[in-house]
Design a protein around this ligand. Structure first.
Ligand code: BTN
Length: 255
């Protein structure tokens, strides 16, 4: 019988809302009025002001997808290791998706978008609360497209579990599986298995070792090959025989 890991602390406290501005914002608001346990989950059916990366809006129709924030206290991580939270979040969502989507590649697009082939199925926004050179708490915001099948035209390449598998899955079932998969990877991190996490991440990195086109922070187009990440989590590329390292916002993929 296959072993099934069931979470012990991720999602044990689950605060559910019909509508909020943003689950990440709500998590920080609640933290102002009191402490919440490690692993607390906030979820909503709809966000009026969903936050994406680089100040973008995160779109999601009412009740069709997962809109979730997990509150974590990764006190065991050194400050310069905090990008491992991103690695661990991306790996857990990739694992979760592999339970529903078969015969298609599920990639992690650096640093933590999840793609099915060339389409984005999930975005992650991690916001940290710092206290003198330490991460006090982190809010890992996850927008995972589950049952939505039509998206606004302006979104470049959205997809969902339904579009990739023709299966309609109750969002609470996906969320419960997320708790289990997230906790598995988070415990790997807590147990210091950084090398193992990094190599699993690299195994699934989108366009790794594939010559592709990119745009840099000065809007210049160039061709390069992703080799991996460096010890600070920056993207390591080969560009015409030279190693270059990019921070988030310094590089954009041409789809
Ligand atoms: C991205 O731009 O790729 C990141 C998107 C993150 C969206 C999620 S939805 C739940 C949580 N609350 C937010 O306001 N944003 C994150």
């Amino acid at each position: 019988m296959p072993l099934h890991y069931v979470s012990l602390f991720i999602g044990q406290l689950h605060l559910e809302f019909d509508q909020v501005d943003s689950t990440n914002k709500k998590a920080f608001e609640l933290l102002k009025s009191g402490d919440l346990p490690d692993g607390t989950c906030l979820s909503a059916q709809f966000q009026t002001d969903g936050k994406g990366q680089i100040g973008r809006y995160w779109h999601s129709k009412f009740s069709e997808n997962l809109l979730t924030s997990l509150l974590l206290k990764p006190h065991f991580l050194a400050f310069d290791e905090h990008y491992f939270l991103s690695i661990c979040s991306a790996l857990s969502i990739r694992k979760l998706l592999s339970r529903y989507i078969f015969n298609k590649n599920i990639y992690i697009k650096w640093p933590n978008d999840i793609y099915v082939e060339n389409n984005k199925i999930c975005g992650i926004l991690i916001q940290n609360q710092l206290s003198t050179k330490k991460i006090k708490q982190s809010v890992v915001g996850i927008g995972l497209n589950v049952n939505q099948y039509d998206f606004p035209q302006q979104l470049p390449n959205p997809t969902s579990i339904y579009l990739e598998s023709s299966k309609n899955i109750p969002t609470d079932q996906v969320l419960n599986q997320l708790f289990d998969d997230f906790e598995y990877y988070y415990l790997q991190l807590r147990n210091g298995r950084l090398n193992e996490l990094k190599s699993e991440y690299l195994e699934h990195l989108y366009r790794r070792n594939v010559l592709s086109r990119y745009r840099d922070g000065n809007k210049r187009l160039f061709e390069g090959t992703i080799l991996g990440i460096d010890s600070q989590g920056k993207l390591h590329m080969d560009v015409e025989g030279e190693s270059r390292f990019f921070d988030f916002r310094e590089i954009e993929t041409i789809l």
